[in-house]
Ligand binder design. Sequence first.
Ligand SMILES: NC(=O)c1ccc[n+]([C@@H]2O[C@H](COP(=O)([O-])OP(=O)(O)OC[C@H]3O[C@@H](n4cnc5c(N)ncnc54)[C@H](O)[C@@H]3O)[C@@H](O)[C@H]2O)c1
Length: 444
Amino acid sequence: MKRIAVLGTGYVGLVTGACLAELGNEVCCIDTDAAKISILQSGGIPFFEPGLKELVERNNRAARLTFSTSPKALAESEIIFIAVGTPMADDGHANLAYIQEAARTIARCMEGQHTKLVVNKSTVPVETGDLVASIIREHNSQGADVRVVSNPEFLREGNAISDFMHPDRIVIGVYDEQSAAIMKELYAPLAAPIIVTDVRTAEMIKYTANAFLATRISFINEIAQICEEAGADIKDVVAGAGADGRIGTTFMSPGLGFGGSCFPKDVMALARIAEKHRIPPKMLKAVLEVNLEQVPRCVDRLQSALGGLRGRAVAVLGLAFKPNTDDIRESPALRLVQMLAAGGAIVHSHDPAVGLQAALPGGTVRHVNVYESLKDVDAMVIATDWNEYKQIDLELVARAMRGDIVFDARNIYEPEVVRAAGLRYYSVGRLAKAAAIKPSVLVQ
Ligand SMILES: NC(=O)c1ccc[n+]([C@@H]2O[C@H](COP(=O)([O-])OP(=O)(O)OC[C@H]3O[C@@H](n4cnc5c(N)ncnc54)[C@H](O)[C@@H]3O)[C@@H](O)[C@H]2O)c1
């Protein structure tokens, strides 16, 4: 059992704190946001993440997981995780203001001579470990033995607990062997492969992973566009190319592009790191450029299908940047709503998890029931591939709508099934006409 403090109780901090408590540690999650801590102290969860409420409740009841706005627990903790935000600054660099403040807070709370680890879980540019170490040295008047570690987080929102508990790998970047040994002991119950590197390499691993996944998404969006014009079907192309073990099919779904609080800012931050070292980030820039084109492309195609946007009623299904989360940060669906509203469309929207209080462009009508959102609309757009939309009753959809356009921006339907319901089907890279030849696999 270790005494742990987590500074920053957002998606990463709360999941980390709750999971480490589940492993038997005593964890205090700290945040400067008093409203967030108050929700947690009164048994609530400040955002939607499957399974998190039960995990937090269980560990809170067992007195292994507590919440506070006070940094007092830092002094008593052996391991302090930093999980504060690193949003994009105006110039595209990662904004390290929260990291710097966290480091100063930690330094001011240091007491005694026993070794403490300060573990950075936030996604940060190469050299941030050095920065955190120097801030702590500067503000640590007690002369405590503080060692900085990089431990980037790879969890995905919507699958966060499982990702934390069953990681493909754990990356630990250290300045010294003793820190590596403490971290290995902490993570031993997960029985996952542990990769120990120096701090800068660990920081680089996280950006490389995110940039690569984002690259796959932009790549397949470009391929889908070629498929549309060349008369090929992207779904079969992905199946056929991805069957090669070297390629695979994950992060190969074309759509509205990537969003969320990580990929857009992390690709941009990596491009800035490259430029700092006088390396032109040609690929990273192309990844971002292709990504930015996807929502406008969808709007253009809708506009043509509808014969203009002004006065047209469009239902946008899904607001979250992906299913199983209520996170709308940098959500392509939100950008779609904004562009449609700016073009004069009357937007009706639905999302199973995003709260009704989420800020949407003025005039957007929010609906709790998905079929209500489709009543008398000219077009329905699938913007987030929630399971609820995959199961939708297309006969009811056709009856509820005034028009007949289904724009499946996540390719969740089969074209012929939508057409059979009397609806016009638009997709990202699926064949315009039902394929004459169905791909089949011969089993001998
Ligand atoms: N969200 C993800 O899926 C994910 C996955 C992997 C890595 N990351 C990275 O993890 C980091 C955190 O991301 P997040 O999505 O959890 O962010 P978040 O915005 O949900 O949470 C950050 C929290 O830190 C708090 N905070 C800021 N300054 C503080 C301080 N000085 N002391 C205490 N609390 C402070 C904020 O109030 C906020 O609650 C980012 O660097 C992100 O890139 C995120």
